[in-house]
Ligand binder design. Structure first.
Ligand code: SF4
Length: 348
């Protein structure tokens, strides 16, 4: 059965594959490993449509790994604005430097070498090996896991069937067509065996699908019940605008959330509102701030509740501070949460 599924999917893929910029085929009939490497970092936690345009912009700026190693971390972080999860950008840059130094600027083609790089786990290592080097592996992304769960009617949440999924993945190794097969599974999950309302009526592998046979395709993969509420943190942010339409910014600490990135002054983030302590700079200002809206911003592991304050000031009253012109703010190195704070502060 697995052989037939492989053959059907490869055939389907030959005429239905998605046109994605990192799939540009080289003379060896495989995609450029550097493109696959960059795209895999970008795709962690971000959807394909968002990554598509940003990937093209990235490759225009840094067409090769060598070019990437010559830039600086702040430049990559600035580029990453809007994609979120900035640790990916830092890891990508660190990994590029290591590859330049230890692997003669060639993306490694061995699992142990890939997995040793920052930001690369089992899935990403296998995706690079399979897609860029045609090695017989099967990385389990959300699309592939869903197809396997449905084909074999695993009637439990994905988190509880990881071992079974890994075992099934072994049955889908291809020595000759690994790159295409992996991508065909990914595209099939995205276009046909979709998370909701899979297109079973036109499915090429329907007759091998146990979920379809049991009419369970809409309940598999089984959803995890009741998601835990994310913890909340609190802060207050202060947008100071001078007569030249510049806002006061500073660099965050080198450690912790959004390390080394730009910010507007804000209080240390705390778990209870009554623990908030006014920022040292703001404490010294003896003027009344205008209270603006509150922003609730969701990070991966907590929500940040920010009360926003606004004040018009004279530039000369803050001679030692850094300023950012509001016209340059959308392309600035401010992370998304800070941009949203500034945007809210400017609303009436
Ligand atoms: S029959 Fe439906 S559920 Fe089964 S693999 Fe095809 S699209 Fe997915």
């Amino acid at each position: 059965m697995e052989k037939q599924i492989i053959s059907k999917l490869l055939h389907w893929y030959s005429t239905n594959k998605r046109d994605l910029p990192w799939r540009f085929i080289q003379k060896n009939n495989l995609p450029n490993p550097y493109y696959v490497f960059v795209s895999e970092y970008m795709l962690q936690q971000t959807t394909v449509p968002t990554v598509k345009t940003r990937f093209e912009e990235f490759i225009k700026k840094w067409p090769t790994l060598k070019d990437l190693t010559k830039t600086t971390e702040p430049k990559i972080l600035r580029f990453w604005s809007g994609l979120g999860y900035y640790s990916r950008a830092r890891n990508l840059f660190k990994a590029a430097k290591i590859i330049d130094k230890n692997f003669k600027c060639k993306i490694p083609d061995q699992y142990e070498d890939l997995i040793s790089l920052p930001g690369i786990g089992d899935y990403t290592a296998k995706a690079i090996l399979g897609i860029a080097y045609n090695k017989p592996v099967m990385p389990l992304d959300a699309n592939i896991e869903r197809i396997f769960a449905r084909l074999y009617a695993f009637n439990k949440p994905l988190i509880k069937i990881k071992k079974q999924l890994y075992n099934r993945a072994d049955l889908f190794f291809s020595k000759k067509y690994s790159s295409n097969l992996i991508q065909s599974f990914m595209d099939y999950g995205s276009l046909i065996c979709t998370p909701r309302n899979p297109n079973c009526s036109i499915c090429k592998i329907q007759k091998y699908c146990l979920s379809y046979e049991k009419k369970m395709q809409n309940i598999i993969p089984v959803k995890v019940k009741k998601q835990k509420l994310k913890p909340k943190k609190y802060t207050r942010a202060y947008v100071l605008m001078n007569e030249k339409e510049e806002i006061l910014v500073r660099t965050r600490s080198r450690r912790g959330m959004l390390a080394s990135m730009l910010e507007v002054p804000n209080d240390v983030w705390v778990e209870k509102k009554n623990l908030l302590k006014k920022d040292v700079l703001i404490k010294k200002i003896n003027l009344k701030f205008q209270r603006k809206k509150t922003l609730l911003y969701s990070f991966s592991h907590f929500d940040l509740n920010t009360d926003i304050f606004y004040l018009k000031v004279r530039r000369k009253s803050f001679p030692k501070q850094k300023w950012l012109n509001i016209s340059k703010f959308s392309n600035s190195q401010l992370p998304t949460v800070m941009k949203k704070i500034v945007e809210k502060s400017l609303m009436n």
